[in-house]
Design a protein around this ligand. Structure first.
Ligand code: TRP
Length: 334
């Protein structure tokens, strides 16, 4: 708790552009949480280097992500939006928690298995202990709730296990976090292969819509989206492409599946795809405009980064000091 509010924590990796999947499934749902919770949203640039990054690009992407948080509507006065690398306690707590996490647990993480298969030439120790750093992120802020997608649930389970293990040895040090299940909308799938999640790392750019794609690009990509040989706009397991488009359209317009099926009855896919493209552009355009304005205002963004780093360090250090004391590290002599 901070004051009378429960704490909510999440982070996004600072690697390149976000897709509408990130927006509709995460960012957008975070916007109003700050009234109810004390919210921290990090730019997880320390996690990013588990895969080789070009330094200038990593720096640029981190700033873009932080700016995008604000453009998407997260108020930087009410939410703590900060760079993970500005808070040394993340790495320090991660080290300590490494000593309370088993190799066996980390070996079972599906993301580790996937990523080590994908980056065979660089299976570094950081990739292996990635979930421990994530646990440190969450536990440092004594988070009650963590909104994450299904792909990160296993990491959150591990976080809980580590926290409970630590607490059982040292007493109540960490709040045990829970997954935050808000309005989740359906998972947004690839436009080219609706059996796969939409991902910005897909080799085919037509598979995803980026938050920064302009209207023409968006409409072009939806026109090329995979559907089926039928012509009916109908939600069904055997129509995964069309169903994904219905989900996206519903998510952007607030209309129900039934309303959408009715709206496009007898119209075929062409009209429907165009409407989906336009609906997505209508949602993204104002964010892109705010983003463009914000990016021009260097001093404002710098001020946000500075103030929020101070705030994050304050809360993180409180927990870190407590943990250090518990494990037996002597206090600094001043
Ligand atoms: N690992 C998360 C992802 O790739 C990002 C992340 C880092 C995170 N630290 C976190 C998410 C803490 C929630 C809480 O999506």
């Amino acid at each position: 708790m901070i004051g009378d509010k429960k704490v909510l924590y999440s982070a996004v990796q600072a690697t390149g552009n976000l897709t509408i999947g990130n927006y509709l499934g995460a960012l957008r749902n975070w916007v109003n949480l700050c009234d109810e919770y004390e919210c921290f949203f990090a730019v997880a640039n320390e996690h990013s280097i588990t895969v080789r990054q070009e330094p200038a690009a990593l720096r640029k992407h981190a700033r873009e992500l932080l700016t995008l948080y604000i453009a998407a509507g997260l108020d930087p006065e009410k939410n703590c939006l900060y760079y993970q690398s500005h808070v040394p306690a993340h790495a320090e707590l991660a080290w300590i928690l490494n000593c309370y996490t088993y190799m066996g647990e980390l070996s079972r993480m599906t993301q580790f298995k996937d990523k080590s298969a994908k980056h065979e030439d660089n299976v570094n120790a950081g990739l292996f202990t990635y979930p421990v750093l994530m646990a440190a992120d969450i536990l440092l802020f004594q988070a009650d709730y963590v909104p994450v997608g299904v792909d990160q649930k296993q990491h959150l389970e591990l976080t809980r296990d580590i926290a409970m293990r630590f607490n059982s040895i040292y007493g109540d040090v960490f709040t045990i976090p829970e997954v935050y299940l808000g309005k989740t909308g359906r998972k947004i799938m690839s436009l080219q292969d609706p059996s796969k999640k939409m991902s910005k790392s897909d080799e085919n750019p037509n598979a995803y819509i980026l938050m920064m794609d302009d209207k023409d690009t968006i409409i072009r990509k939806f026109k090329r989206a995979i559907t089926d040989s039928d012509t009916q706009v109908r939600y069904s397991d055997d129509k995964p492409g069309v169903s994904n488009l219905i989900d996206i359209y519903a998510s952007c317009t607030g209309k129900s599946t039934e309303e959408i099926e009715k709206e496009f009855e007898g119209q075929g896919y062409g009209q429907f795809k165009l409407a989906v493209g336009e609906a997505v552009a209508d949602v993204l355009t104002p964010i892109q405009e705010r983003y463009a304005d914000l990016s021009k205002n260097k001093d404002y963004i710098d001020g946000i980064i500075k103030n929020n780093a101070e705030k994050a360090n304050y809360f993180a250090n409180k927990t870190l000091r407590k943990v250090q004391k518990k494990v037996g590290f002597p206090e600094l002599i001043r």
